[in-house]
Design a protein around this ligand. Structure first.
Ligand SMILES: *Cc1c(COP(=O)(O)O)cnc(C)c1O
Length: 217
C-alpha cells in the first residue's frame, strides 16, 4: 500500500475506536528518511516522533515549519541541549537528572510526559508505578518543566486483556495525578498505543498514539 493508503487506513481505524477522546496521531518516523516524513506531511500529518537527536534535527531541517516533533526515546542528558528548542514534547522523562538538564537548557516551558513502566518488565524504560507521584512532586523544583501527561509502552503481546489492563493502569494513574491538581503537572494526557495495540489504547483513552510501522511499511 502507499503512504496515502496507510494514513487513510490508520485514521479510519482510529475513528472507529474513539470513545470520548480524539487522539493526536504521532507518526513515528525513526526508521525512515525526510522523504517519507514529507510524504506523511503531505497527507495532513503534523506530529512526528523521533528517538534519536540527530535524526530529529534532520527532519526539522528538511520539513515545513509547522511540523511538530516529539521526542519518544531514551534521552541522554548530554543530548538535551541539541534538541530542546525543536521539540513539541518529550515523552520519555524518567529521571530527575534529565528533568534538571531540561530545566537548565530550556528557553521556555517544556511539555513532558513521564514514562511509566506498566509492564513490570526489566527491559522496559520508565518509572515503576509507585514511583510516579513522588517523582512528579519532585519535579516541582524545575520551573521550566510542565508535566502534561503519562506515557507507556505496552508489553509486546497479542493478548488483548493484557494490553487493555496495561493501558487502564496508566489511565488510572493519570487520573490520580490529575486529581492532585499540581500547578506544574496538569497531567491531562495519555501517550500510549503503537502499531501493534493502538485500537485498544484508544478505547482506553489515549490522547496521543505513536505509530510507526503500519504507516511507513
Ligand atoms: C518505535 C516506537 C514507536 C512506534 O512503534 P511501531 O510499532 O513501529 O508503531 C512508538 N513509541 C516508541 C517509544 C517507539 O520507540
Amino acid at each position: 500500500m502507499s503512504i496515502s493508503d496507510n494514513v487513510k487506513q490508520v485514521q479510519s481505524i482510529i475513528s472507529s475506536h474513539v470513545q470520548e477522546v480524539e487522539p493526536t496521531l504521532i507518526a513515528v518516523t525513526k526508521s525512515v528518511g525526510v522523504d517519507v516524513a514529507n510524504a506523511l506531511y503531505a497527507e495532513g500529518i503534523r506530529d512526528f516522533g523521533e528517538n534519536r537527536p540527530d535524526a530529529l534535527l534532520e527532519k526539522v531541517e528538511g520539513m515545513p515549519k509547522d511540523a511538530r516533533f516529539h521526542f519518544i526515546g531514551t534521552l541522554q542528558t548530554r543530548k538535551v541541549r541539541q534538541i530542546i528548542d525543536y521539540v513539541a514534547a518529550i515523552h520519555s522523562l524518567d529521571r530527575l537528572s534529565l528533568a534538571a538538564e531540561i530545566d537548565k537548557r530550556a528557553n521556555g516551558t517544556i511539555d513532558c510526559f513521564v514514562q511509566v513502566n506498566t509492564s513490570g518488565e526489566d527491559s522496559k524504560h520508565g518509572l515503576e508505578i509507585e514511583e510516579v507521584v513522588p517523582f512528579i512532586e519532585n519535579c516541582k523544583q524545575y520551573p521550566h518543566i510542565r508535566i502534561i501527561g503519562l506515557m507507556t509502552m505496552a508489553p509486546f503481546t497479542e493478548e488483548e486483556s493484557v494490553l487493555r489492563e496495561t493501558f487502564r493502569r496508566l489511565r488510572h494513574l493519570r487520573d490520580e495525578v490529575k486529581a492532585n491538581a499540581y500547578d506544574h503537572a496538569p497531567c491531562t494526557e495519555l501517550s500510549m498505543g503503537m502499531s501493534n495495540d493502538y485500537p485498544i489504547a484508544i478505547e482506553e483513552g489515549a490522547s496521543f498514539v505513536r505509530i510507526g510501522t503500519v504507516l511507513v511499511q
